[in-house]
Design a protein around this ligand. Sequence first.
Ligand SMILES: [Zn+2]
Length: 354
Amino acid sequence: MGIQNLISDIRKNAIKRMDRKSPAELSATWSSKDLLYSGIGNAIFIILPTPGCAHALSESGGCSMCSYISDSPLETVSPEELIHIFSNLMNKHEVKPKTALKIFVSGSFLNEKELPKDARDEILKMIDKEKNIEEVIVESRPEFVREDVLQECCNLLPEKIFEVSIGLESSSDYIKKYKINKGFLNEDFEKAVNSIRKLKSDYKITSKAYLFVKPILTSEKEAIEDAVASAKYAEKAGVDRISFCPATIHKGTFMEVLWRRGSYQPPWIWSIIEIIKRVRNEVKIPVIMDTSGFGSRRGPFNCKKCNKKLKKMIIESNLNQTIPEEFQCECKNKWIGDVEFSDFTRSTCNISSK
Ligand SMILES: [Zn+2]
């Protein structure tokens, strides 16, 4: 049985077991400090409940590590309701000067089957009226990144930076196909990035690559090497920013099945520090490391003594784009052992004892 069949079965079961919630219950918003193109500012995060990622709902079963589909109502949400939810979420914030607005639809913002054009247009018009918003960041799979759609969006936001984030995850087509089940290749990613680049002379449009740290069936050492190689590739492909997402175990995924069997562990936070060090030296564009889930049972983990301290250092490093200063903890030798040991185990499932 191939990985795709396994993923497809696990997804179908997970969807069957999902607690159905209303779109309003599935919506969420929060804010935090963030790094904008103009420097340190604020970010407002909006989770908009659209019917669900087309890839996760397809026969392929979607990506091996992702369960954002569980944040989706799995039914049509009318444009009126989406606009109403968006407006309610925005009203919870006082929009401070220098704000980036990040809209997550748990799928593709640019896919009109997920977010109808009427709702998209109205939401962008509302954003355009908020003077303090400098950047609007959305996410999309590359197949929905088309020049005409991008132009429609940019025309509604003439004063703001419009950024399309694409989940490339890895620059290795082998990893994308056999370990992530991503459903697209580098050439699709490059085509999407080029569509965005072509519009740069007319609009304030940018692109970002999301990169995943430590897919399934990947050793600690391979995870570090793949992350660094992927960042270099994304920069060369022409993206403006990079955001790394280190693995956390989502419920109802193939990754969770392997983790429960002891055949997968999220990366060490030491590996994350190593990736930051190397990428800051080798890549010139801004690189952000997502720290959600750090120090938890299902997320990147060192030891109880240093988890919090290192997470704080990484958040600092995101804001200032600096290399975290040297830090020692007794757990580091165990990590070094894992990296060296994993050199011999190669692609076999590395059962770590941390
Ligand atoms: Zn430690």
